[in-house]
Design a protein. Structure first.
Lengths: 221, 226
């Protein structure tokens, strides 16, 4: 009997099993080949995001000295000390809000030693392109007039993220968007994303309030 | 060879997957908030379509009829996962960042399964590849058109280049889901209007291409195998 017309359940199951096995083998092969390049790519984008955080000059690898914490609102927060010649200069703080519109929103902030926010970046998000993503992306706007000019240097503007710059997260009380009675602007149609970003920045600051001492002690030694 | 070229061209206009077959409407509406997103999604789908069409037309002779759909899905999912990993490893971060979330969506794109079942399983590998390229390009073209229109109507820019510089407030309807339905509807109406006018001018009755309307869809008839 030809395979194509076969209706025996065992034969059909076996065929499907073999198909799945072959595809698993192919995927395992691709995974092995691409594992290292993927790690390298992620490390590279990590270093590039540090460059954009408006931090003072530094020569350590902040992510290798990172410490993980759970913030008061149960966000996962990672504090990375930024040093030059072993002296603490600033903090890079990564905070993951679980409440984005499409999963987690990861925000990385630069803080100076006085806990003032230097810059806010969204480093990982899956928000709706063209709507929630507008809250998260920093991009220079192109027009027909500057199409062929090189993009300006420095941190591209984003009105929602820029409003945190220069502020200090209060130890008590919370940050909220205007819709919830707070003071921060939000994007209409992307309130959930705006809330998630605001909460992530707030939790980053609060965690830094609590745990900053641990890093300062290292300085004295 | 002449056949192959014909297979390719028909996907772009005569049997355009979005504008005529109306297949894969979900990614069409979901990913076209800007022209660049639409183009990127179209090109990624084209790659998967070529690969899956090739493999499926090679194995179609031995796959038992009863389980052909699960087997095709496994093949398609394998291609999509492999392309996802390869892009993560080698594509520039900016491109993967824009495309990454759409790639898993390709598995459930009707066009890929639709072409596997309706074309690749019945034709030679070479013709299937050309069919994949044509359908993929037609899909990309329609998505880029829809994306460009939505981006322009909502922000006054195309491919992130501001055409009208004094356009400061975004028109959110066009970039949100309801706007996608409205604009796709307008494009379809325009396409049908011109196709019918051309048919009337040529003195013919306008009918949808044979075998392309819902009544003759093969996928819906899985359970009544002759």
């Amino acid at each position: 009997m030809k395979l194509k017309e076969n209706e025996n359940v065992l034969v059909l199951g076996g065929f499907l099993g073999i198909t799945a096995l072959i595809s698993a083998l192919v995927l395992a092969l691709v995974f092995t080949v691409t594992r290292e390049p993927i790690e390298r790519m992620q490390k590279k984008s990590l270093q590039e995001s540090f460059k954009l955080l408006s931090l003072p000059d530094f020569d350590n690898l902040p992510h290798q000295e990172a410490k993980s914490y759970i913030s008061p609102e149960k966000f996962k927060v990672i504090i990375m000390p930024v040093r030059k010649n072993g002296v603490l200069k600033a903090f890079a703080v990564r905070s993951i809000s679980p409440d984005g519109y499409a999963g987690e929103v990861e925000v990385t902030c630069g803080f100076d030693l006085q806990k003032k926010i230097l810059a806010v970046l969204v480093t990982r998000q899956q928000e709706t392109p063209g709507l929630g993503s507008n809250v998260c992306e920093r991009k220079f706007r192109k027009t027909l007039f500057n199409l062929f000019k090189a993009a300006p240097e420095g941190l591209p503007p984003n009105p929602i993220l820029d409003q945190f710059h220069g502020l200090t997260v209060p130890e008590n009380g919370s940050w909220q968007v205007k819709r919830d009675g707070g003071t921060f602007d939000f994007v209409t149609g992307a309130t959930i994303t705006s809330r998630a970003v605001t909460a992530a920045v707030e939790q980053a600051g609060k965690t830094l309030h609590i745990h900053r001492g641990e890093f300062m002690e290292n300085v004295k030694k | 060879m002449k056949n192959a070229l014909k297979d390719m061209l028909k996907g772009i206009w005569k049997e355009n997957p979005v504008l005529v077959l109306l297949l894969g409407t979900c990614p069409t509406l979901a990913t076209t908030s800007s022209a660049a997103n639409g183009l990127a999604m179209g090109l990624a789908t084209t790659c998967v379509l070529c690969g899956s069409n090739l493999v499926i037309s090679c194995i179609a002779g031995v796959v038992p009829k009863k389980i052909r759909i699960p087997v095709y899905i496994v093949v398609i999912a394998t291609f999509v996962s492999a392309i996802d990993m390869l892009m993560k490893a080698y594509a520039p971060p900016a491109i993967y960042g824009a495309l990454g979330i759409f790639i898993p969506l390709i598995v459930v794109n009707c066009i890929v399964l639709g072409r596997a079942e309706a074309f690749a399983s019945k034709h030679s590998p070479l013709r299937s590849i050309f069919d994949g390229i044509g359908m993929g390009l037609g899909f990309s073209l329609a998505l880029t058109l829809l994306g460009a229109l939505r981006e322009f109507i909502s922000t006054g820019s195309v491919f992130e280049v501001k055409i009208i510089t004094c356009w400061t407030t975004d028109f959110l309807l066009a970039s949100a889901a309801p706007g996608a339905f409205i604009i796709l509807g307008c494009i379809l109406a325009a396409k049908n209007y011109f196709a019918r006018r051309a048919a009337v001018k040529a003195g013919k009755l306008y009918v949808p291409p044979a075998g392309l309307d819902c009544r003759s869809c093969q996928i819906c008839k899985l359970n009544d195998d002759e």
